[in-house]
Design a protein around this ligand. Sequence first.
Ligand SMILES: [Zn+2]
Ligand SMILES: [Zn+2]
Length: 221
Amino acid sequence: MIMQVKADLHVHTTYSNDSLITPKELVFFAKKRGLNAVAVTDHNQVEGALKIAKETDFLIIPGIEVNSASGHIVGLNVREVIPKGLSVLETVKRIHAAGGVAVACHPYVLFKGSLGKNVCAEFDAIEVINARAVPFNRSVKKAREAAEQFKLSQVAGTDAHYGPQIGYGYTIIDAEPNVEAITKAIMEGRCQAFGQPVPALINLQQQFQRLRRMIRKFSRS
Ligand SMILES: [Zn+2]
Ligand SMILES: [Zn+2]
């Protein structure tokens, strides 16, 4: 029997300064959206991912989103900080040395620090669907073409920074529900990317919540 995992492979928590998602909300919304795993990929750090994985029974895939010198790179199954600012090849090399999967995340999305033409065969996977991509259809099409060109696995995630966004991008992985099996399956291409754009209203609510948080902080100082 083949087991399948449904996972959002790109979520930021409050350990990323720009995200509103608390550890509790992460698990709440992941369950609500029918996921059985979620990858925590905070910007340039792994502290939150490791802490949350320890504190919950829900399957957390520890990860990181690294600001390389030429665009953002997600490392899945990474439990140590990969320094930011290194070249793309060096960043991918370090993710591999850490036992991780190197994902070219949102490679053709505007305004996100994307890799663009720096995508190469050294990656293991391309995030062909990023549910917060702009423009959505065009970036999905270009990313799928690149995945075929470089023969890379295709994954999806939301790049969620607000609880209700979680699960709009998800990957179905043919693997038992544990991090090692999921990692191996993605490396071997036993996964499929699905998703749709996060509805505009939810993104608007995110902006409103951010503003509220800023005002609260400001009025306290
Ligand atoms: Zn990014
Ligand atoms: Zn991100």
